[in-house]
Design a binder for this molecule. Structure first.
Ligand code: GDP
Ligand code: MG
Length: 713
């Protein structure tokens, strides 16, 4: 269509790219506050004034070198897809650094619009920008925006249309200084004479990149111009050597200096900075929060407080919902005639899905806390604090970002590992990511900690999380020194200024994640609950009981009628026999058989066949561990007024087994969907390695804990 326009959003991490993307498209999306979340290619659409504008959210980058996947992805999109306009989202309160990317976009020769976002912060800092002049100096139109207030969006759209219709590129030719310019000219002349460049490249840009020793571009030239390559490469080597000699620096550094020089020059004319109180507040807070000694304990304390809050406050609504589901179950089980339908609804669906839904309040509270920490800018500090530790264990500081994501869900965490440039860093990060306990495991912990450690549930669950982190550190160190030996590259962590999070933003983020949880309960978990119910129900035992239970029941009834026993004893006796009967029927079912078949493997960990089956069902999704236990105990329980799942479990196992089961759930690989993503990201071999070693680790740890713990109880 003639009125189709494609625009690409580029920008530094945390410049507000996602926010602007949402403003433009109206799409909802997660808005985080630490760099690197936007790894995926996101697209959206906007119909405006008869144009259909396709919007692509490029990965957030500081630069367009070939040093990371993100940068190559962003750059190649612009080169290969030739968007009509590139929009560079710039944090106007941090102009100098942000303009570095803009300069590289100018070099690429793409029609460019600069969105000076966070202009509220820039003003609060007291800086004055002469927009008109700066726009002239950079050869690109500038629009001021305030992303989170949706200010400037229309003006941005207008400007985009204007630039798209004229297709004007920035007329600015960045100068790198006489020496470099001379070499650039030699190389680009040679390129022009030796091979026909695809139209999408400019010879000066290719020359510049080759002079910067850009591996991607060098590879491309080599691929497209085999014969000429040797000669061009020779000239490049000569030029690099020459420049090194006279500039006493690597050419890539000299070129970067030239870019910064250009920026300083432009800013000196069009930008005025006064007192920076906002920044000093941030710096003051950071003196304490990222302190070398205090940083880590403060981080630990904050996390501990979050857990206390989530479980102390969450316990009340959880009990209400729990009660509600019990009542619902009773209601259905009396209203429906006894039989399979009754059992499917009461045991399978209410017992299974209800068991997962009751944890919604905890999930809401936890995500609420995380949203505050993220949006205020603290999570980026946490990453900064952990950066030092990450380096000690041989991991890249950036690894902490996918790990943080892993506390929510491991699947985006696996994908988030793409921000790591080094393949070994990436694989090790993915392999240990699974120990960052994801949200889906939380219901399992809440159930078991509530059953066995009701008074200190928050502390117990906190300990599981801490063990997960320790395990990740140990395994990273182990993998780094065996299968994935090698250096890890250095990295500077970007610390965005602190912001007071907006209430709307926090609620939105909390709701998005809660909704995801409920949706999962209504789809995957519902489906697996029904399947598990079928597996627990069929084949039916029929007349194959080991004892004649009916005769026993009849005899108790008789004793009651002849007043030999009290009514209480009668009810208790009947219930006990019914439970035995149901347990035998369960053991006879398909799941029961599988469970008993694999029980010997789990026995040394203290797990019976029921926990074994629950663990296996958890491969589908970890919450399913809870729903399976819910269905199982609901079937087994004969009482009309069934005690809650928590009480049932507390009665059947001891705290050691309870704790061990939590550990096991923490350690074995996340879930089927997670493994599918793992395979896509890292290949089949690594996926099987992940499955194998986490299962082995979970078993070994479970074995040690149970066998040693047993001595003491
Ligand atoms: P991205 O990493 O570039 O995608 O950045 P996000 O869109 O996730 O924004 C990072 C943070 O900056 C979020 O907390 C936003 O709410 C906030 N933010 C976005 N635009 C503005 C703005 O114009 N002013 C201020 N003060 N904050 C903003
Ligand atoms: Mg983003």
């Amino acid at each position: 269509m003639a009125n189709d326009i494609t625009i690409a959003l580029a920008g530094n991490p945390n410049s507000g790219k996602t926010t602007i993307f949402n403003n433009l498209t109206g799409a909802k999306q997660h808005v985080g506050n630490y760099p690197g979340v936007t790894v995926e290619k996101k697209t959206g659409e906007k119909n405006y004034k008869g144009y259909k504008i396709n919007i692509v959210d490029l990965p957030g980058t500081y630069s367009l070198t070939a040093s990371s996947i993100d940068e190559v992805v962003a750059r190649n999109f612009i080169i290969d897809e030739k968007p009509d306009v590139a929009v560079d989202i710039i944090d106007a309160s941090n102009l100098e650094r942000n303009l570095y990317l803009a300069v590289q976009l100018i070099e690429l020769g793409v029609p460019l619009v600069l969105a000076f976002n966070m202009s509220d912060m820039a003003k609060a800092k007291g800086s004055k920008i002469d927009i008109e002049l700066l726009s002239k100096l950079l050869g690109s139109p500038i629009v001021e925006t305030v992303g989170y207030k949706n200010k400037g969006t229309d003006e941005l759209l207008e400007t985009i249309l204007k630039v798209a219709s004229k297709k004007d590129k920035s007329a600015i030719d960045i100068k790198y200084g006489e020496e470099i310019e001379n070499e650039l000219e030699k190389i680009s002349k040679l390129i022009e004479s030796k091979y026909i460049l695809p139209e999408k490249f400019s010879s000066k840009w290719v020359a510049l990149k080759m002079l910067e020793d850009d591996s991607e571009v060098i590879r491309k030239v080599k691929g497209e111009a085999r014969d000429a390559y040797v000669e061009i490469k020779e000239q490049v080597s000569k030029s690099r050597k020459h420049l090194k000699n006279i500039l006493r620096d690597d050419p890539e550094i000299a070129i970067a200096d030239a870019r910064y020089g250009f920026i300083s020059g432009a800013l000196a004319e069009a930008y005025e900075e006064t007192e920076q109180d906002k920044i000093t507040t941030t710096e003051k807070i950071d003196k304490v929060l990222t302190n070398r000694i205090l940083g880590l304990p403060i981080f630990g304390l904050l996390m501990w407080l979050v857990f206390q809050f989530v479980f102390k406050v969450g316990a009340y609504p959880m009990d209400w919902i729990d009660m509600g589901f019990s009542k619902l179950g009773e209601l259905f089980s009396t209203a429906l005639p006894e039989g399979l339908i009754n059992s499917l609804i009461v045991d399978g669906i209410i017992g299974g899905v209800g068991g997962v839904i009751i944890f919604t309040p905890n999930i809401i509270l936890l995500f609420f806390c995380i949203a505050i920490l993220e949006d205020s800018g603290y999570m980026a500090r946490a990453a900064f604090i952990m950066d030092r530790i990450m380096h000690k264990i041989g991991l890249h500081g950036k690894s902490f970002i996918p790990m943080l994501i892993g506390f929510g869900c491991t699947i985006p965490a696996y994908m988030g590992a793409r921000i790591l440039d080094n393949k070994k860093d990436r694989l090790v990060t993915m392999h240990v990511n699974t120990f960052m306990s994801c949200g889906a495991r939380l219901p399992v912990y809440i159930l078991l900690a509530g059953a066995f450690f009701p008074k200190i549930a928050g502390n117990v669950i906190f300990s599981i999380y801490v063990i997960g982190i320790i395990m990740a550190i140990l395994m990273a160190k182990l993998l780094r020194s065996t299968r994935f030996k090698g250096e890890s590259s250095p990295f500077v962590m970007e610390l965005p200024p602190y912001r007071i999070p907006t209430f709307k933003g926090i609620l939105l983020h909390t709701w998005e994640r809660t909704w995801l949880y409920l949706k999962k309960a209504g789809t995957i978990i519902l489906a697996i609950s029904i399947i598990m119910w079928i597996l627990f129900t069929f084949p039916m035992i029929g007349g194959n009981y080991s004892k004649d239970y009916d005769a026993e029941i009849a005899s108790i009834e008789q004793s009651f009628e002849s007043d030999e026993i009290t009514e209480e004893e009668y009810v208790e006796g009947i219930n006990e026999i019914e439970s035995l009967k149901n347990a035998e029927a369960l053991a006879y079912s398909a799941a029961g058989r599988v469970g008993r078949f694999i029980e010997p493997v789990f026995k040394p960990l203290g797990f019976d066949w029921k926990l074994a089956v629950a663990s296996i069902s958890g491969i589908g999704a970890k919450e399913v561990v809870v729903s399976t236990l819910g269905t199982l105990y609901s079937i087994e329980e004969a009482n009309e007024e069934s005690p809650s799942l928590r009480e049932n479990i507390a009665e059947e196992y001891n705290p050691l087994i309870g704790y061990n089961f939590m550990l096991f759930t923490l350690l074995y690989f996340p879930c089927m969907a997670g493994m599918a993503v793992f395979r896509r990201e890292a290949g089949r071999k690594e996926m099987w390695f992940q499955i194998g070693y986490t299962l082995l680790l979970a078993w070994v740890v479970g074995f040690i804990v149970y066998q040693i713990g047993r001595i003491f109880i």
